[in-house]
Design a protein around this ligand. Structure first.
Ligand code: PMV
Length: 376
């Protein structure tokens, strides 16, 4: 599919004066990382992620039809009339409070998607959003937040096109979510999601995420992710800036090539259930992501001393047990512990005894792979 396929051919917003939809969408954690993009939000390499279950966002979008153009005429005349017609009119509430600070990001998202969702301009919109995880936990909320909003928009679009297929619905939701935040396109549907065109992944695209449809070994069923909250503060360098620093990065070309190779490798591992290779690949990806940050110019470090303490503890634990526990990192200091469900009891004890002390206020979140968004 191309971008053109996501432009609605026809819609009649007069059939719907008001309504509301609520979607619950998960966060995701990348195994092979996306770091580096081209305009408009096209990834430099393919990435693959586990969809989470407990870390999620619930977003509702209420909409009410704007009055007709003639209603906009005011004593300020034509100028105001034009502004009112062209600008999206929306409010955003986060965890019950009106959030003016979130408006610019959402406004630029609406601006980016207006070709693909022109009907939005016919409504006044109120967005209400809340996360299952603490707001300042350092867990990226843009993935679940943008995917929830994209799905609410698609629920509205479906009102104008009742014969829309589920396949189109979810692909376009992922396409729209991507334009809000790249990794958000992997938070729509499926336990394992691939984003970016790759020769070995059938149907894969740079424009949206697709469910990994190949065989997956039993060992990966109910895979666990315990998120150790090492640093719950604001990130010093945003992902947007970090992605930008991959332009002209001395190792960028090799990195993008390595990621494509790692997608091929992980496809084989997901089928065979070779957990030792999985551990090696996932940890290498996490450290490579952070190496790219450290070798950018300007350079930066998002890991904290406790991130490294935890990593060393994991390596010690693996050396003294036959465990397949491994870590991965997002663009931050928190550590995701990935492990098969059969190790749940042992790893829980290890986390409580050895790792919780390195977390802010001993906080961590136990999560598990889930299968995507739900309409509430
Ligand atoms: O979706 P963005 O633009 O916030 O980028 C996130 C990139 C990483 O989380 C660091 C890696 C990934 O693939 O999720």
């Amino acid at each position: 599919m191309t971008e053109q396929d996501f432009i609605p051919q026809y819609y009649d917003s007069s059939i719907l004066t008001e309504g509301s939809y609520t979607w619950k969408t998960p966060s995701n954690i990348a195994l092979v990382k996306y770091w580096g993009k081209k305009d408009p939000q096209i990834p430099e390499n393919t990435s693959i992620s586990f969809t989470l279950n407990n870390c999620h966002t619930i977003t509702s979008m209420e909409f009410i039809k704007r009055r007709s153009e003639s209603d906009h005429i005011s004593d300020q005349g034509e100028t105001l009339k034009q502004v009112q017609r062209d600008e999206m009119n929306f409010e955003i509430y986060f965890e019950g409070e009106k959030k003016e600070a979130f408006k610019p990001k959402i406004a630029s998202f609406f601006e980016r998607i207006k070709r693909y969702a022109p009907y939005l301009n016919d409504y006044n919109i109120v967005i209400n959003s809340k996360n299952s995880f603490p707001h300042s936990s350092g867990i990226a909320s843009s993935a679940s937040g943008m995917s929830a909003l994209a799905l609410c928009i698609m629920s509205l679009e479906k009102e104008f096109n009742v014969s829309m297929t589920d396949d189109y619905f979810y692909k376009k939701a992922s396409f729209l979510a991507r334009l809000g935040s790249g990794s958000a396109c992997r938070s729509i549907k499926g336990e394992i999601v691939v984003w970016g065109k790759h020769e070995l992944i059938a149907g894969s695209s740079d424009l949206y995420g697709v469910e990994f449809a190949d065989e997956v070994h039993e060992s990966f069923k109910n895979y666990q992710d315990t998120i150790l909250l090492v640093d719950t503060g604001e990130k010093q360098v945003s992902s947007t800036v970090g992605h930008g620093l991959m332009h002209g990065h001395p190792f960028a070309k090799e990195r993008f090539k390595q990621a494509e190779e790692n997608i091929s490798k992980i496809k084989t591992v997901l089928k065979s259930g070779d957990l030792k290779t999985f551990v090696n690949l996932v940890e290498s990806e996490a450290l490579t992501l952070h190496s790219m940050m450290m070798t950018s110019n300007p350079y930066f470090i998002l890991m904290k001393p406790n991130t490294l303490k935890i990593i060393n503890k994991i390596w010690e634990y693996r050396a003294t047990t036959n465990s397949n526990l491994c870590f991965t990192l997002d663009a931050g200091a928190n550590v995701h512990l990935l492990f098969p469900v059969i190790e749940k009891e042992n790893v829980s004890k290890f986390v409580e005894k050895e790792l919780a002390q390195y977390c802010q206020n001993n906080q961590y979140i136990c999560d598990i792979v889930g299968n995507g968004a739900t309409l509430l």
